[in-house]
Design a protein around this ligand. Structure first.
Ligand code: NAD
Length: 479
């Protein structure tokens, strides 16, 4: 554990003890100390203990009523907003991927724009035969897997929505972001206990492994899985016998046609691709530009924070930063380049770049390994194509049928419509960077789990509910 993470943990424990000493003994904070309950404010060494605690916690959450539930959700929002800088820095220190400014921004967006209990509306239909009420009920204990790319944002976003819907969580975080996830979990649980008296709403496996993930997948008291990650975990969750919401990998293509506002397109593409050093699953991963405007786009990208590599340099970077997986034959990124800053990539091909470069980019051939690969690093490949038909066909090909995200820069409604139909993705963004698809600069709410193969789309509290109908026959209609 890094010194600063240790310091943060010690500070928290001291504050906790002092708080208890100063307490009057009757406040919700004065419940049994964590050690007496087996889990240290939601941290557990084994899956059985975590699920057992989450099961008890879920019953208490439902019994506590909506006002206390709302207060618990608010605690998580307050912490990610007020401590965004510290948690963002600790996440970067531990994971060593991404950018501090964007780590902080993601936590702020998570706290402010993740939907909560306001989504749980009740629907009613009345008629000659009485009244039918439809309500959104909790599932119970949810098994949650989070990615290294957004450890605390995914944890917090999932927790806000799942608790709002009346569930509790057992979380297996990515091992490389597990310490900061544990710290955040303790802070969320402590704040919730102090405010509401509710405990262990988030139960996290302190030393997560594939074995503990599998135990969660198979545990009889876990009602549903919610998995956010790459192809391996997506397949494992889909193969499990439980209901699963799977937020899987993406490889978002961008099409730029001859009608596009090129200056805006160049700025938006660099902004999206550079975000958190290209770690976002919705982030721009490859560009198909029609030949008539290709030179203008390539030039303009350099004016908006991009640094252009030659064809040879782009090929050399691919040799250094990508490899073909032996088993699947798929192109994958080398770990030492994932989420690194542009100068690290540039140095790999012997270049030193000016300060302030947001993203490297370069023209590549259609058979370049950059295109099929979800690179998650700040290099963006650009391919020159004949016309919009070819651009759309290539976008469909390299999106791999994930059904995740696609982007078009165009003024032609016809082109937009054709691409939307052909690519069939969960998010389809026109004339904006990827983040606009999740409410940052575009309309709509935010979420860090975009359920693609299982079809829930941008998850909301409703995604984590069971729909229940309550009928009164021939009565209660007051008209
Ligand atoms: P990853 O697949 O390496 O890990 C994700 C999580 O799954 C981790 O907690 C990991 O420990 C676990 N895991 C991996 N293989 C597993 C298996 N076989 N069984 C059980 N658990 C397993 O992904 P990552 O590097 O952490 O995150 C990046 C990936 O996640 C990218 O592919 C990105 O597109 C995707 N992602 C998708 C969304 C979305 O909303 N759709 C959001 C964020 C990230």
């Amino acid at each position: 554990m890094s010194a600063t993470l240790n310091e943060a943990l010690i500070r928290d424990v001291v504050a906790e003890v002092l708080g208890r000493l100063g307490g009057n003994g009757s406040s919700p904070a004065a419940v049994a100390p964590p050690a007496a309950r087996g889990g240290a404010d939601g941290l557990f060494g084994d899956v059985n203990a975590a699920v057992a605690a989450a099961k008890v916690a879920q019953k208490r959450l439902v019994a506590a009523g909506l006002e206390r539930r709302a207060a618990a959700v608010q605690c998580i929002r307050d912490i990610v907003i007020q401590q965004a800088e510290e948690l963002g820095r600790l996440e970067l220190e531990e994971t060593k991927i991404g950018r501090l400014d964007h780590k902080i921004e993601k936590l702020l967006v998570c706290g402010r724009a993740t939907p909560g209990m306001e989504f749980l509306t009740t629907e009613a239909v009345s008629g000659d035969h009485g009244l039918c009420v439809t309500e959104h009920a909790p599932w119970g204990v949810l098994g949650v897997i989070t990615p290294v790319t957004h450890s605390v944002p995914t944890l917090a976003c999932n927790a806000i929505m799942m608790i709002a819907a009346g569930n509790t969580l057992v979380v297996n975080p990515h091992p490389s972001g597990a310490k900061v996830a544990a710290l955040a979990t303790q802070r969320f649980n402590r704040a919730i206990r102090e405010k509401t008296g509710l405990e262990d709403l988030i139960c996290l496996i302190e030393k997560p492994t594939l074995q503990t993930a599998d135990e969660i997948f198979k545990h009889p008291d876990v009602a549903m899985l919610v998995v956010t990650g790459g192809p391996g975990v997506a397949q494992a969750a889909m193969a499990s016998r439980k209901k699963a919401i799977v937020a899987g990998p993406g490889n978002p293509p961008v099409v730029v046609d001859e009608t596009a506002d090129i200056e805006k397109a160049a700025a938006g593409i660099i902004k999206g691709a550079a975000y958190d050093n290209n770690l976002l699953c919705i982030g721009e991963k490859e560009v198909f530009v029609v030949a008539a405007v290709a030179d203008r786009l390539l030039e303009a990208m350099g004016r908006h924070g991009g640094f252009r590599l030659t064809g040879d340099q782009a090929r050399a970077l691919a040799r250094a930063a990508l490899h073909q997986d032996e088993k699947s034959g798929h192109w994958v990124a080398n770990k030492e380049f994932v989420g690194k800053d542009p100068p690290v990539l540039a140095a790999a091909v012997g270049l030193s770049i000016p300060a302030g470069v947001q993203c490297l980019y370069g023209e590549v051939d259609i058979d370049s390994p950059w295109l099929p690969c979800e690179q998650m690093m700040p290099f963006l490949p650009v391919v020159r194509v004949r016309d919009v038909d070819e651009a759309i066909a290539m976008a469909v090909k390299f999106e791999h049928g994930f059904g995740h995200t696609a982007i078009i820069w165009s003024q032609s409604v016809d082109h937009m419509t054709r691409m939307g139909k052909a690519v069939n993705t969960t998010l389809f963004i026109k004339n904006g960077p990827c983040m606009a698809g999740l409410g940052a600069g575009g309309e709509g709410f935010s979420s860090f789990s975009i359920a693609t193969p299982t079809g829930e789309g941008v998850t909301s509290p409703l995604s984590f509910t069971r729909v229940r109908r309550c009928v009164m026959v021939d009565n209660l209609r007051i008209l």
